[in-house]
Design a protein. Structure first.
Length: 300
């Protein structure tokens, strides 16, 4: 009986620890960029969607922006084509663009279905809907890589309308240029630009790494919290490379444009969103705006 009671008490303590965060972010917009391995594993997918649904039900206003790179590559090879990348960006000719749009819409509706199964209303849209994402052609080091778009303008009215009607918006990163041509957009960029446009309180990137390391070869150098100044210094001192560099630059840009906190999380950890948002210690890296207080230096 005593053992049972201690289990119940520990559950109560978890809920009480979450209370100040629920109060702080109630009725605030949080943008979740969902991609990487967490999209390919059914159990992880269910855990991410359950987290987003819980955030909605406790009063947050989540927006999910998803990628689908691994699934796109699978379908490209399925139809006998070869995926090509230049500086980490997918070369997207007309035939590839057709596959990209079909796959992303398929992924989008499967996420809508999962949210609906948990009793929350969701609507899946692309950046085309309501003119959400306007783009121009993006070049990689001066090279033409096809229908890859760079966002020039975000018109968030469709997102506000959905949130106001109590829907959870799920966005796939496809946009149009001024001539209404269709373009593929990097999902990290789309999440960052949307978070800035809706003045999100939080932006969370689900990735395939634990967070930001001072030394990527040493797991003990994981950084729990960073200010923008510290993030700039890490980049300038050459500590950040590879795929983390554009991600961290996106984080800094979001903070400098009004987002209060940006989180880089390991999407391979079940319920990583809840652990980072609702616990004092967190599990990933949080990048803070200058007016934000630090959470994780409190004595437990």
């Amino acid at each position: 009986m005593e053992k049972d009671m201690s289990q119940y008490l520990s559950k109560a303590e978890v809920l009480i620890e979450a209370l100040p965060y629920i109060q702080r972010f109630n009725r605030k917009i949080i943008v979740i960029k969902y991609g990487g391995s967490a999209m390919m594993n059914e159990e992880l997918k269910k855990s991410v969607i359950a987290d987003a649904v819980l955030l909605k039900l406790v009063g947050f206003k989540p927006i999910i922006v998803h990628g689908g790179g691994k699934e796109i590559s699978r379908w490209v090879s399925k139809v006998g084509m070869e995926a090509r990348f230049v500086n980490g960006l997918r070369v997207t000719d007309e035939a590839t663009m057709e596959i990209v749009e079909m796959v992303l819409n398929k992924v989008n509706k499967s996420l809508v279905q999962m949210v609906q199964e948990l009793g929350v209303k969701a609507v899946g849209i692309s950046g085309k809907d309501g003119g959400l994402l306007k783009v121009k052609k993006k070049y990689s080091g001066g090279e033409d890589i096809g229908f890859v778009g760079e966002i020039t303008e975000v018109t968030p009215k469709v997102l506000y309308d959905l949130i106001e009607k109590d829907f959870l918006p799920i966005v796939c990163p496809i946009g149009m240029d001024e001539d209404f041509n269709t373009y593929n957009i990097n999902a990290d960029d789309a999440a960052c630009e949307i978070a800035k446009a809706v003045n999100a309180e939080k932006l969370a990137f689900l990735t395939d790494i634990e967070g930001v390391y001072k030394d990527p070869k040493d797991p003990s150098t994981l950084i729990s919290e960073l200010s923008c100044e510290e993030a700039h210094a890490l980049i300038e001192d050459g500590f950040i490379g590879g795929g983390m560099l554009p991600k961290l630059n996106n984080c800094i840009e979001a903070i400098e444009n009004g987002v209060s906190r940006v989180h880089i999380l390991d999407g391979r950890i079940p319920h990583c969103l809840l652990l980072e948002i609702f616990t004092n210690k967190g599990i990933g890296t949080a990048i803070l705006g200058s007016s934000e207080s630090r959470y994780y230096n409190e004595e437990q």
